[in-house]
Ligand binder design. Structure first.
Ligand code: GDP
Length: 364
């Protein structure tokens, strides 16, 4: 599954948000009890109204949403790259995530101490980013030094790694994160394997007070501008509202959101923004037993998409019987879509589209 790391300075609302996200009733969906793997790791069900609709049409007994993992990465402070705070421990945590949700304090509250003594989310973002950039520079130097012998031997992988490390080093030395390097498709895999902290996509999470939850405020507007300039995402959330919602059942939560003038809970918006940032899509498998959602990167060919369910599905892939979500819903289910000629037999070259309802045929 996909993993999002929650980072931010102390006292910005990371734990409040993490706890709310992982405890909320919606996140726990009937057949998917929220599970705590470690105290700071939580899996949440990805809310998707389409899945409920498909299940209702097919009369599926079970609804199984796809899921996303959140990791609360505490201990990031100024000086972390030099081992202050929890130092290297949390840097290792960040290496393992697919994307970073960077929580920024956009609320004013004299009772909550700000570590820098002022509310300035754009400056806070820079503090954290600087630590991550310093940590990257440090690890790049070490890794390049470690590659010297292999380079002399002409080792192809080492040559590629060193070339990519040098590209990253150059932008980092200019004070820019590694994600600003443009990487050719041929290099993408090796680039990802470098696991540079500042190469991960970033989603800024503006934590505002309750009264600003719908519209945001001047702080969150400044963050949105920064995000747009650097190709990052941003969402406005009130961690305190999320905490209140997490204690309500879904119907109560719906009423509460309406009263606050909000269309969706923060969890929904956060996950949607995460999907966008990571270029993720969802396809469905639907039958009388269960309706289930699966996550894939956009542009995934059918056999690889099948492999998300089981490795054998990918190895023995024959074809995918495919119905577009809209057809499934407007025509009223699989049989009716089939009768209307809307079920397609797609082969190995088919690129799965968001919302496809798939049935895989494979050799064992
Ligand atoms: P962390 O150190 O980043 O994990 O921050 P916490 O989640 O522990 O929050 C720090 C303090 O800020 C706690 O006392 C929270 O109740 C408070 N807090 C979190 N979010 C908000 C908010 O949106 N508004 C206000 N006024 N206080 C908040």
């Amino acid at each position: 599954g996909f993993k999002m790391g929650i980072v931010g300075l102390p006292n910005v609302g990371k734990s409040t948000l993490f706890n709310a996200l992982t405890r909320t009733a919606a996140a726990q969906a009937a057949n998917f009890p929220f599970c705590t793997i470690e105290p700071n790791v939580g899996e949440v069900a990805v809310p998707d109204a389409r899945l409920d609709k498909l299940a209702a049409i097919a009369g599926s007994k079970q609804i199984i949403p796809t899921r996303m993992t959140f990791v609360d990465i505490a201990g990031l402070v100024k000086g972390a790259s030099k081992g202050e705070g929890l130092g290297n421990q949390f840097l290792a945590n960040i290496r393992e995530v697919d994307a970073i949700a960077h929580v920024l304090r956009c609320f004013e509250d004299g009772d909550v101490t700000h570590v820098e003594g002022r509310v300035d989310p754009v400056a806070d973002a820079e503090v954290i980013e600087t630590e991550l950039m310093l940590a990257d520079l440090d690890s790049i130097e070490k890794r390049r030094a470690g590659l010297v012998r292999k380079l002399k031997g002409g080792d192809k992988e080492a040559v590629q790694a060193d070339r990519l490390l040098a590209l990253a080093q150059a932008v980092l030395e200019e004070g820019k994160p590694a994600r600003t390097v443009e990487i050719d498709d041929d290099d993408l895999k090796a680039w990802k394997m470098l696991q540079l902290l500042t190469s991960k996509p970033v989603l800024y999470v503006c934590n505002v007070e309750e009264s600003n939850a719908a519209e945001g405020n001047a702080h969150s507007a400044a963050v949105a501008e920064m995000a747009a300039a650097e190709g990052a995402g941003s969402v406005v959330i009130s961690a305190q509202i999320e905490e209140e919602i997490s204690q309500l059942d879904p119907e109560e939560a719906f009423v509460f959101l309406e009263e606050m003038g909000l269309e969706e809970a923060g969890l929904d918006r956060l996950i949607k923004a995460g999907y966008e940032l990571l270029h993720l899509e969802t396809y469905f498998t639907v039958g009388p037993k269960e309706a289930r959602a699966w996550t894939i990167p956009s542009g995934t060919p059918a056999p690889k998409a099948a492999g998300v369910i089981h490795g054998d599905f990918e190895k023995g892939f024959i074809r995918a019987e495919t119905i577009a979500y809209e057809d499934f819903v407007t025509l009223g289910g699989e049989q009716k879509a089939k009768d209307a000629g809307k079920m397609r037999a797609e082969g190995k070259g088919y690129v799965v589209k968001d919302g496809d309802v798939l049935h895989f045929l494979f050799n064992t």
